[in-house]
Ligand binder design. Sequence first.
Ligand code: NCD
Ligand code: ZN
Length: 343
Amino acid sequence: MTRLALRRPDDWHVHLRDGAMMAGVLPDSRHFRRILVMPNLVPPVVTGAEAAAYRARILAAMPPGQDTEPHMTLYLTEATDPADVVAAAASGLVTAVKLYPAGATTNSASGVRDIDRVMPVLEAMVEADIPLCVHGEVTDPAVDIFDREAVFLDRVLDPLRRRLPGLRVVLEHITTAEGVAYLRGAEGMAGTLTVQHLMLSRNDLLAGGIRPHYYCLPVLKRASHRAALRAAAVSGDPRFFLGTDSAPHPTAAKESACGCAGCYTAPVALACLAHVFEEEGALDRLEGFTSLFGAAFYRLPPNEARITLEKGAPWTPPRRRATGAGPVTLFDPGIALEWRVVE
Ligand code: NCD
Ligand code: ZN
């Protein structure tokens, strides 16, 4: 197969940042009709009013002709007001609430330390049918960084779901076989998968030299976990769908003695996914993963418009995206990209 028509994809987890960085990266999401925008700005997007203002800034930065629709998230803090969350969702402004365990990842310092303190918000979300997106890693310094997702399932997620069985939860950027197994048995849950976790293992990050542009959180795991993620992605199980977690940082902040976490995958995400699904002999399952299952979880209709992917001579994406906040290095999957979106 050398041509593939898909319904317009959606990206259910993306970091746009703000200001000059946002203006530089937003065009790279143009093939996606809907994007779920993460709220981990500094300061974070906590209230409905802050989400409305951020959404307005996104729309103002959108290039003419780009019809990507931003769906907003609120950053859950221990001071979040349940009534504000419910009102923001009821007005259609906010699609989900994001739980960052405090200290788990980039700009998560205002996140949740004690889940008991956010129970009133979570209870209101059950009542109002608002999904919770979860960064699923414990922050206990005693837990090895490669184990933090699996331990989170046992210590935090499973107890939470027993307390609030009606809460609809998205386990974001799943990186482990344990995460996949947990989801397969869970009603009312979904999980997003990223491009880098489907393509790479921790060897790519660490063997033969440290590659800062492959460093993200949750950190890449061993190849057997990647195999489990790939199997989930191509399985046709609607619980698994695309959230790129495309996370731009200035190149200098990644190529550093203490580099930031995040892979800037938006510009190459669809080309990479076609490659992965073709390798798995599952190109016919790509549309469900990119364009149908996420919308269904968020109770939205599938997009009507189509995009076309074409397979041809290998092409080389630019290495860097210039932005007003400095250059950002694109994710390089380390393979020849043969698929591309033809506009
Ligand atoms: C994200 C970022 O840079 O904001 N980084 C990452 O490594 N994924 C935060 C996140 O989603 O964890
Ligand atoms: Zn993210």
